[in-house]
Ligand binder design. Structure first.
Ligand code: B12
Length: 136
């Protein structure tokens, strides 16, 4: 039989392995779904994680660093912090009245529209973050 110490070590390894069955200690795994409700172009899904109580912006940065198919830019608003400006090369535009909307499909399968942006939203484990290009 496996000793308790060996068992704990094996469990820890399982938890910390990238892509393992569960996120590492203090991490929340998220998926990022990029959709376009203006042109209805194909959706794209990516996976990443945030640290315990870490902000979405941290997860998006991590995703951009680890997956060359995902890029984003933001601009700093003096009052509300980071405003998501472009995703995968497509930018919101004042002239065309388009922007990237932030939605979250929670584990309860409920789609919410957070009342804060990417710099303040704190994802929960298994959140599906939806970045939706949209008109206003
Ligand atoms: C109009 C508006 C928008 C428009 C702005 C486009 C435009 N050119 O008008 C659009 C539809 C793009 C928008 C989007 C969002 N918004 Co908005 N928006 C407003 C609103 C109603 C008025 C802002 C305004 O025109 N002020 C007057 C002008 C003269 O001042 P301004 O400083 O130049 O305004 C700019 C900023 O407010 C900025 N802006 C607007 N929303 C947001 C949100 C964030 C997070 C940031 C960083 C900047 C920002 O865009 C304005 C125009 O450039 C305010 C609520 C209010 N009554 O103030 C909410 C408000 C600012 N928005 C809010 C939110 C949460 C969002 C979204 C995150 C919603 C979502 N879940 O998708 C997204 C932003 C996503 C992203 N891409 O990062 C919150 C911010 C709260 C917070 N502490 O973060 C507010 C306060 C409403 C609320 N729910 O309470 N928004």
């Amino acid at each position: 039989m496996m000793s308790p110490a060996l068992l704990s070590a094996a469990l820890l390894l399982l938890l910390l392995l990238p892509g393992g069955p569960v996120a590492g200690f203090g991490q929340a795994r998220i998926t990022v779904l990029v959709t376009n409700s203006v042109t209805n172009s194909p959706n794209h899904t990516y996976g990443t994680y945030v640290y315990y109580r870490g902000i979405l912006l941290g997860g998006l940065r991590r995703l951009q660093d680890s997956d060359s198919n995902f890029t984003f830019t933001y601009k700093e608003d003096p009052n509300y912090g980071p405003f998501l400006q472009s995703v995968n090369g497509l930018a919101g535009s004042n002239e065309e009245r388009t922007y990237w909307e932030l939605l979250v499909n929670t584990t309860n399968n409920e789609i919410i529209r957070p009342d804060v942006g990417i710099g303040c939203y704190i994802p929960n484990d298994n959140d599906q973050i939806i970045l939706n290009y949209k008109g206003y």
